[in-house]
Design a protein around this ligand. Structure first.
Ligand code: NI
Length: 187
């Protein structure tokens, strides 16, 4: 089932998400729904708070980016309770977007090499070193689990410049070709 994507301004996107336990009800169905929602909105990653669940679950399918970023080929991941360790502090700046911030894209500096630990939907533990654009996607999605958005990483000046667009999202005046849920109205 395709779910609406919660947009910038919704308080669920600012919550510290909770660890997921094997008792979590409907986990597999939720993961299926997250993949379906991500594919329907043409995204390469989706975190549970983006569908209104403040839980540490991320889905990624980066295969569509393989022409530009070969490290993304065949990468379809379900991350539960992911943990990132930075392996190399050197950062690279690239454009980033987010399904919760439609119509926006900003340059964000992120490290290129990380170690990622997580459990899958069967709660089997995994550990891997990840590089390049895939490492960026993982960092972006894991930020969501800590209530962070990529615009938190851009300069005050850039933030000032995109204020109008952010306001359009906050006030429900943005156009989007996938189902969305706006922040509760403060008007
Ligand atoms: Ni995002």
């Amino acid at each position: 089932m395709k779910l609406p994507v919660y947009l910038y301004g919704h308080p669920v996107l600012r919550r510290e998400c909770a660890d997921v336990t094997p008792e979590y009800e409907g986990l597999k169905e939720l993961i299926d729904n997250m993949f379906e929602t991500m594919y329907a909105s043409d995204g390469c990653g989706l975190a549970a708070p983006q569908i209104g669940r403040p839980d540490r679950i991320v889905v990624i399918d980066a295969d569509g980016l393989k022409e530009t970023f070969p490290e993304c080929a065949g990468e379809r991941l379900t991350l539960i309770n992911p943990r990132i360790t930075v392996l190399d502090g050197e950062s690279v700046t690239r454009d980033e977007g987010c399904l919760s911030l439609p119509g926006l894209s900003e340059k964000v500096a992120r490290v290129e090499h990380i170690k990622l630990e997580w459990v899958d939907e069967e709660f089997r533990p995994h550990e891997r070193e990840i590089s390049g654009f895939l490492a960026r996607i993982v960092q972006h999605e894991c930020d969501h689990l800590d209530g962070k958005l990529y615009i938190d990483h851009v300069s005050m000046i850039r933030k000032q410049l995109i204020k109008g667009k952010l306001n359009n999202i906050l006030t429900g005046r943005t156009r989007c070709d996938y189902p969305v849920r706006y922040a509760p109205s403060k008007r």
